[in-house]
Design a protein around this ligand. Sequence first.
Ligand SMILES: [Fe+2]
Ligand SMILES: [Fe+2]
Length: 475
Amino acid sequence: MASIDYSEKIPNNVNLSEDRALKRALEQWQPNYLAWWNDMGPDGSQDFDVYLRTAVSVDPQGWAQFAHVKMPDYRWGIFLNPAEQARKIHFGDHLGEDAWQDVPGEYRANLRRIIVTQGDTEPASVEQQRHLGLTCPSQYDLRNLFQVNVEEGRHLWAMVYLLHKYFGRDGREEGEALLERRSGQVDNPRILQAFNEQTPDWLSFFMFTYFTDRDGKFQLCALAESAFDPLARTTRFMLTEEAHHMFVGESGVSRVIQRTCQVMNELRTDDPAKLRAAGVIDLPTIQRYLNFHFSVTIDLFGADESSNAATFYSTGLKGRYEEGKRNDDHLLRGQSYRVLQEQNGQLVEKEVPLLNALNEVLRDDYIKDSVGGVERWNRVIEKAGIGFRLKVPHKAFHRNIGALSGIKVSPEGRLVSSAEWAFHVDQWLPTAGDRQFVASLMGRVVEPGKFANWIAPPALGINRQALNFEYIRFN
Ligand SMILES: [Fe+2]
Ligand SMILES: [Fe+2]
């Protein structure tokens, strides 16, 4: 297996030195990327030595190494999973043909759009999270935030490599534009709405990495099936890194819950006011954050009925989640799928052509997957002997994209009037007061081994280090 050449300016396992034009193009993009990092990367952290993992191979066993690194010196590079011998296209109209090693002219525009949309989310999340380091609950958490940030930076590199190598001048222009858009900026925002929302506090960060990085996982899994082999190979390696991001989210929320339950038992109360006074986040507030992040994230899968989704599938650009494990004809013509819509004041299921419903299929797969972690959070609450359950809201709750946008639905899935929505919304979604309270807890804890009062320590350190290990040297 090709190991990664670190003697080069841009570490890679794609023989960059043999493609001079590409190498030159990427080396011209590199300083612009670093300027973006210095400008929009983690605030005030450029001089810290951070205990980071760096990809050193694409071998599933031992692909990473850990060391203290200043983030601007992180070796962002280009790593593709090894090519599969004689890989065939395994879905859509080109089923059975050889996978493409180059971009077919007729699919160029769509492929570019898919790659740019994915690429845009990567720097966006770094921008969204750039102030969080100032309020970290521990060194351990700060290190995890920075790890996620540098890897999102690398994911941007992965997409820019594809743009530069396969899309010529247009691709280079897109590579620049990816460094120019800004999360939340009015004039030049990021492409997808969830990536223009703020991530103002650590509860939001953990919810984001649990729910929204998981959207990333599902999008990457769908692209990992692509007939365009370089896209499939680069997204497969990105998935290796993505797993840690979701771990940060799942374990982060879990530790918040654990700490809250501990204080609930100590004080023998479930009164949010008393718990807040004790400096922990009450479970109903956690539920409202969950409702928000879940609903905003499932919008990312796009409209429930989409002719683009059908085209992307039929032309082989984007498969389904675990396409290879499904036992059907992988053409999906003449089949149907149920999507929800409102009819005479009720939510009803409607049969639509499956090919047009592939966004909904991916969204449903995502929902199944995200429920799992919520159940693990519930076990923490159960174990503490507390009778409260977290739940993901109904799919139709708080939607802004597709047939369900514009209707008001309760978290249980009941259609409600605007008046009823207005009456209950403060129980369903985080209020300004909730956000203010959570923000009030966010002090900076950086002493090795110390954790903020509102979160329990993790069970284990990173890379088997102790919890009081110096994950960050602040210099
Ligand atoms: Fe990513
Ligand atoms: Fe991620």
